[in-house]
Design a protein around this ligand. Structure first.
Ligand SMILES: [Fe+2]
Ligand SMILES: [Fe+2]
Length: 260
């Protein structure tokens, strides 16, 4: 089977591009399932139920979270009514939502998806992602051998370390959060597909999807600036992973598509 992964969807422009481009990509590459990181969907920060419902016809099966998961205050009460949204599994158990789920792909395969948050150069609050995934995997494996992880993290080293640690134990570890696609897609020796970062669905003329001027102002002056999202000239970045019925990754290919 084939799984399309796409990086952080940023704002309204990202949502529109996802809806416009994903159905075509799914058929062009014969993909059976699609996972997208959605943590910047709602105006650049977090999720709303409305945004998720709006994406019903997008072809995205599961939205994963990240450090912006609770940016929209109503989402903590909305998430439990949205079975296709995952918050990072290594946030405290008392938080609403769930960190992993098993879903049925269009070819009938069962696919387990886990959202994890990194800890290096990121705001504190997440438990160890290595320990969390290790604790959860035996239960998940009883349901399906096809297991994919979105590791939402800043440091390439932490991402590679997690990918290497779970090589042979999961089908894919793909990174999100930096909004910049990396060119290190590969299959590790144990059969796990890996890429440090998928990139984003956001504006080409931007700094990580935000308008350039306010970000420059903050870097140059150290003064606060309101970061606005550039909704025009959107590029979708992601990867397509081919997985055998046993859960072993057989290929990973980067994909990049501009909304014309
Ligand atoms: Fe992001
Ligand atoms: Fe993030």
């Amino acid at each position: 089977m084939r799984i399309l992964f796409i990086g952080d969807i940023v704002g309204k422009g990202g949502r529109q591009a996802t809806r416009a481009l994903v159905p075509g990509l799914l058929s062009e590459y014969s993909c059976d399932f699609c996972v997208a990181n959605g943590e910047n969907m709602a105006g650049g920060n977090g999720f709303t139920k409305q945004c998720i419902l709006e994406m019903e016809d997008s072809g995205v099966d599961v939205f994963t979270g990240g450090d912006h998961i609770w940016d929209q205050k109503d989402f903590m009460t909305e998430i439990d009514s949205l079975p296709n949204v995952l918050r990072p599994a290594n946030l405290p158990d008392c938080q609403p939502g769930r960190g992993w789920g098993v879903f049925t792909a269009r070819d009938g395969s069962r696919v387990a998806v886990m959202s994890l948050l990194g800890r290096t150069f990121m705001a504190a609050g997440a438990d160890c992602p290595f320990a969390t995934a290790e604790r959860l995997l035996p239960e998940i494996r009883q349901q399906t051998p096809i297991i994919v992880i979105d590791f939402h993290a800043e440091a390439t080293s932490e991402k590679i370390a997690l990918g290497r640690y779970f090589d042979g134990k999961v089908s894919a570890v793909v990174g999100t959060h930096t909004h910049v696609a990396t060119a290190d897609q590969q299959i590790f020796p144990g059969g796990t597909a890996f890429q440090c970062d998928l990139g984003m669905v956001g504006a080409r003329e931007s700094i990580l999807g935000r308008d350039i001027a306010p970000v420059l102002h903050r870097f140059r002056t150290g003064m606060p600036a309101r970061f606005t999202v550039n909704e025009r000239g959107i590029r979708l970045c992601g990867a397509i992973v081919t997985v055998s019925a046993s859960g072993r990754a057989e290929g990973i290919e980067r994909v990049m598509r501009d909304l014309r």
